[in-house]
Design a protein around this ligand. Structure first.
Ligand code: GLN
Length: 536
């Protein structure tokens, strides 16, 4: 029997309090104290996975090595813990119901009425315990999406109640993250919303072991006493979570507040260990004391929403810290760019990234941006759709293949330089059917990619349906656009470069999913460095 301990993180009062960051920060502290830890996210929506959601709805879709399309919080988990997650780390209500309904159709519950309790809650329990049963983890942290009191969260909260009963409270604790709002007119922090939110939890049979209080102002002893009294939580378990300059400060702030100690104490684990955070602190030092600054343009079509490009923005931050460079990212809407205004819009930028994406909207601006970078020797990094745009731009403007396009945007283009992958042609379902997850790529030694990776064989994560059309490889190569990385099994082009340009790299995969605080991604590091050189 495994002795895995479980920590549940619930949220109260409002959404967007940063449960994912608190969970990841606690996990970091426990990992740094020598425990093996993983984090799981349970999402209360009916989509089977977030792969079919527009980024405007739920931010970026994060992809794991095993090809799961998951919630962006898994990106935080990986960036903080430096260990990969998998499908088991993200479960939605849709997936739970799909499993139960499939079983019902098979006859697994023959003769019985299938109900939320026990059938749905049992399936939730099974999904929570799966990670613990691998025996790989001392501690599994499960973050429950949504806010306590939502209709959608009820089965999850009920499952936590049952699990505390099954496993014993010393093996399964609940951390409730809540908001302590500040009323400017009264100059006061208010505890009432938290009291109500805890009451809501208690009605479901759960008494939180720890309260983490998001606040814009420090909470004093009086507030702590009040919260302890009204919420049935011991005073040492009232943890302040004050707004931080960067999410990477949060583990340090949580350590100062003693979150790790309280948690270990409640779980009957030795709380005498002190987290070893030297490398984390080194990163923070470099992150906060840059020696140079560069201006990077991020060209995409979801730029109004920061969460849409979460992993790219974090990867840029990691790469900046590695180079001791402060990177100012300018998010530019591709729909705002035209041939006329481009030099005005992009003139002060040291490097350009063209972002991933789907569909026709905003692509002409992306193509203009590629052209501008290519013609003006500005470091260029094209990611997935960004790489495809670079191929189209080269075909149109260097090879004179007028109307060259991707068949995603123009099905009857005379020059389909980007085309649907062969094994995608028969697929009609949209959910979970792209080329997903980690695939190998063999890199030419004589390339910018090799200079960055220092390795001839890499593995990177994918999420796309279209690909570089190898029918045009020779023509493009002859005119100076090289393929410098291919999939060794299928010959699919993974990396393109222009060797005569200071730094022009496009990748069909998503390097941003693999950058972590302690292991910044080599291509982002090289791109930021090239942007600094360009500035000089
Ligand atoms: N829409 C493109 C494709 O499906 C690119 C996808 C992406 O940028 N993730 O191939």
């Amino acid at each position: 029997m495994s002795n895995t301990k479980y920590i549940f993180v619930t949220g109260g009062v409002t959404s967007s309090l940063g449960k994912g960051i608190i969970a990841a920060s606690l996990a970091k502290l426990l990992q740094s104290s020598g425990f093996s830890v993983t984090i799981q996210k349970l999402d209360p929506y009916i989509n089977v996975d977030p792969g079919t959601l527009n980024p405007y709805e739920h931010g970026e879709c994060f992809v794991t090595n095993d090809g799961a399309e998951t919630d962006l919080d898994l990106g935080h988990y990986e960036r903080f813990l430096n260990i990969p997650t998998s499908q088991a780390n993200n479960v939605t209500t849709g997936r739970i119901y799909q499993t139960v309904i499939n079983k019902e159709r098979k006859g697994d519950y023959l003769g019985k009425t299938v109900q939320i309790i026990p059938h749905i809650t049992n399936e939730i329990k099974r999904r929570i315990k799966i990670l613990g049963q691998t025996g790989d983890y001392d501690i599994v942290i499960t973050e429950i999406g949504g806010t306590v009191g939502d209709i959608e969260s009820l089965p999850y909260i009920e499952t936590v109640r049952q699990l505390q009963w099954d496993l014993g409270k010393e093996n399964a604790i609940v951390i409730h993250l809540t908001l302590i709002p500040y009323l400017a007119a009264a100059k006061e922090l208010k505890t009432k919303p938290t009291q109500h939110s805890v009451k809501e939890l208690m009605q479901s049979g759960i008494s939180p072991d720890v309260l983490v209080c998001r606040t814009e102002h420090h909470i004093n002893d009086k507030i702590r006493r009040k919260l302890a009294l009204f919420c049935n939580v011991r005073q040492d378990a009232i943890i302040e979570s004050i707004d931080a300059d960067t999410i990477y400060d949060v583990p340090i702030l949580m350590q100062k507040e003693g979150l790790d100690k309280v948690v270990l104490d409640r779980l009957n684990l030795s709380a005498s260990r002190t987290p070893k955070l030297d490398k984390w602190n080194d990163f923070l030092k470099k992150f906060k004391n840059p020696k140079n600054t560069v201006e990077i343009g991020l060209i995409g079509k979801y730029v109004e929403l920061q969460d849409a490009y979460k992993s790219i923005l974090e990867s840029i931050g990691h790469a900046g810290a590695q180079n001791a460079i402060k990177v100012n990212v300018h998010s530019i809407h591709s729909e705002d760019i035209s041939h006329k205004n481009i030099s005005e819009i992009l003139k002060n930028l040291d490097g350009l990234i063209v972002a991933p994406g789907f569909g026709e909207r905003g692509i002409s601006g992306k193509i203009e941006a590629v052209r501008f970078a290519r013609e003006n020797n500005i470091p260029f990094f094209g990611i997935c759709l960004g790489m495809q745009m670079a191929v189209i731009e080269y075909a149109r403007n260097v090879l004179d293949l007028d109307k060259a396009n991707s068949t995603e945007m123009d099905e009857i283009t005379p020059f389909p330089v980007i085309d649907l992958m062969e094994d995608q042609k028969e697929i009609t379902n949209k959910g979970g059917t792209m080329r997903l997850g980690a695939w190998e790529c063999k890199i030419d030694k004589d390339s910018k990619a090799y200079e960055a990776y220092q390795s001839e064989l890499i593995s990177e994560r994918h999420r796309h349906r279209y690909e570089f059309n190898n029918d045009y490889l020779e023509q493009l190569t002859n005119e100076g656009l090289r393929s410098t990385g291919v999939n060794p099994d299928t010959g699919l082009v993974e990396i393109i470069e222009i060797p005569t340009h200071p730094w022009f790299v496009g990748v069909q995969y998503h390097p941003e999913y693999k950058s972590t605080v302690l292991d910044p991604h080599p291509l982002f590091v090289a791109f930021v460095k090239a942007s600094l050189e360009n500035k000089k």
